[in-house]
Design a protein around this ligand. Structure first.
Ligand SMILES: [Cu+2]
Length: 111
Protein backbone atom coordinates (compact mmCIF):
# COMPACT_ATOMS: atom_id res chain seq x y z
CA UNK A 1 0.00 0.00 0.00
CA UNK A 2 1.35 3.36 -1.03
CA UNK A 3 0.01 5.44 1.83
CA UNK A 4 3.16 7.53 1.78
CA UNK A 5 2.73 8.82 -1.75
CA UNK A 6 0.69 11.57 -3.29
CA UNK A 7 0.07 13.02 -6.72
CA UNK A 8 -0.01 16.68 -7.71
CA UNK A 9 -2.26 18.04 -10.43
CA UNK A 10 -2.52 21.43 -12.08
CA UNK A 11 -2.72 23.21 -15.40
CA UNK A 12 0.56 24.69 -16.62
CA UNK A 13 -0.21 27.58 -18.94
CA UNK A 14 2.47 28.95 -21.24
CA UNK A 15 2.21 32.30 -23.05
CA UNK A 16 5.63 31.99 -24.67
CA UNK A 17 7.75 29.55 -26.63
CA UNK A 18 7.54 25.80 -26.21
CA UNK A 19 9.16 24.62 -23.01
CA UNK A 20 9.66 21.43 -21.04
CA UNK A 21 8.97 20.64 -17.43
CA UNK A 22 12.12 18.72 -16.56
CA UNK A 23 11.80 18.16 -12.83
CA UNK A 24 10.02 19.15 -9.66
CA UNK A 25 11.30 19.72 -6.15
CA UNK A 26 9.61 19.80 -2.80
CA UNK A 27 10.50 19.46 0.83
CA UNK A 28 7.41 17.39 1.54
CA UNK A 29 8.75 14.10 0.22
CA UNK A 30 12.08 12.37 -0.22
CA UNK A 31 11.51 11.77 -3.92
CA UNK A 32 9.62 13.87 -6.48
CA UNK A 33 9.14 12.40 -9.94
CA UNK A 34 7.30 13.33 -13.12
CA UNK A 35 4.88 10.60 -14.10
CA UNK A 36 2.42 9.73 -16.78
CA UNK A 37 -0.26 7.07 -16.97
CA UNK A 38 -0.23 4.41 -19.62
CA UNK A 39 -2.61 1.62 -20.37
CA UNK A 40 -1.01 -1.74 -20.96
CA UNK A 41 -3.10 -4.82 -21.69
CA UNK A 42 -6.10 -3.05 -20.24
CA UNK A 43 -4.22 -2.28 -17.02
CA UNK A 44 -3.43 1.25 -15.93
CA UNK A 45 0.10 1.83 -14.81
CA UNK A 46 2.26 4.79 -13.92
CA UNK A 47 5.53 5.47 -15.66
CA UNK A 48 8.26 7.90 -14.79
CA UNK A 49 9.01 10.35 -17.59
CA UNK A 50 12.12 12.48 -18.13
CA UNK A 51 10.12 15.58 -19.04
CA UNK A 52 6.66 16.89 -19.86
CA UNK A 53 6.25 19.00 -22.99
CA UNK A 54 4.63 22.40 -22.52
CA UNK A 55 3.38 23.67 -25.91
CA UNK A 56 4.00 27.23 -27.13
CA UNK A 57 1.08 29.56 -26.37
CA UNK A 58 -0.78 26.66 -24.84
CA UNK A 59 -1.12 24.61 -21.72
CA UNK A 60 -0.52 21.12 -20.45
CA UNK A 61 -2.90 19.66 -17.93
CA UNK A 62 -1.60 17.49 -15.12
CA UNK A 63 -4.63 15.39 -14.24
CA UNK A 64 -5.66 11.95 -13.01
CA UNK A 65 -5.04 9.38 -15.73
CA UNK A 66 -2.41 11.55 -17.38
CA UNK A 67 0.68 13.53 -16.42
CA UNK A 68 1.22 14.29 -12.74
CA UNK A 69 3.90 15.10 -10.21
CA UNK A 70 4.48 12.13 -7.91
CA UNK A 71 5.55 12.65 -4.33
CA UNK A 72 7.11 9.49 -2.91
CA UNK A 73 7.99 8.83 0.73
CA UNK A 74 6.10 11.77 2.15
CA UNK A 75 7.61 13.14 5.31
CA UNK A 76 4.24 14.04 6.77
CA UNK A 77 0.78 12.60 6.63
CA UNK A 78 -1.01 14.12 3.67
CA UNK A 79 -4.27 16.00 4.05
CA UNK A 80 -6.59 15.29 1.15
CA UNK A 81 -6.39 18.27 -1.21
CA UNK A 82 -3.54 19.88 0.73
CA UNK A 83 -1.69 22.73 -0.97
CA UNK A 84 2.01 21.97 -0.86
CA UNK A 85 4.99 24.16 -1.74
CA UNK A 86 6.50 22.84 -4.94
CA UNK A 87 9.19 24.16 -7.27
CA UNK A 88 8.76 23.22 -10.91
CA UNK A 89 11.91 23.32 -13.03
CA UNK A 90 11.50 24.21 -16.70
CA UNK A 91 14.16 23.88 -19.34
CA UNK A 92 13.81 27.51 -20.48
CA UNK A 93 11.75 29.29 -17.83
CA UNK A 94 13.86 27.92 -14.98
CA UNK A 95 12.47 27.42 -11.50
CA UNK A 96 8.90 28.39 -10.66
CA UNK A 97 7.71 28.10 -7.07
CA UNK A 98 4.02 27.57 -6.46
CA UNK A 99 1.48 25.82 -4.32
CA UNK A 100 0.13 22.64 -5.82
CA UNK A 101 -2.91 20.70 -4.65
CA UNK A 102 -1.83 17.19 -3.78
CA UNK A 103 -4.10 14.19 -3.44
CA UNK A 104 -3.64 10.68 -2.18
CA UNK A 105 -3.09 7.78 -4.56
CA UNK A 106 -6.80 7.01 -4.64
CA UNK A 107 -7.31 10.14 -6.74
CA UNK A 108 -5.29 8.56 -9.52
CA UNK A 109 -8.12 6.27 -10.47
CA UNK A 110 -10.71 9.01 -10.90
CA UNK A 111 -11.81 9.96 -14.37
CU1 LIG B 1 2.62 8.60 -10.31
Amino acid sequence: MMAQAGAGFMVIANAGDADKLVSAKSGVSEIVELHTHIEENGMKAMRKVDFIDVPANGAVELKPGSFHVMFINLKERLQQGAMLDVTLVFEKAGEVSLKMPVMGPGAMHAG
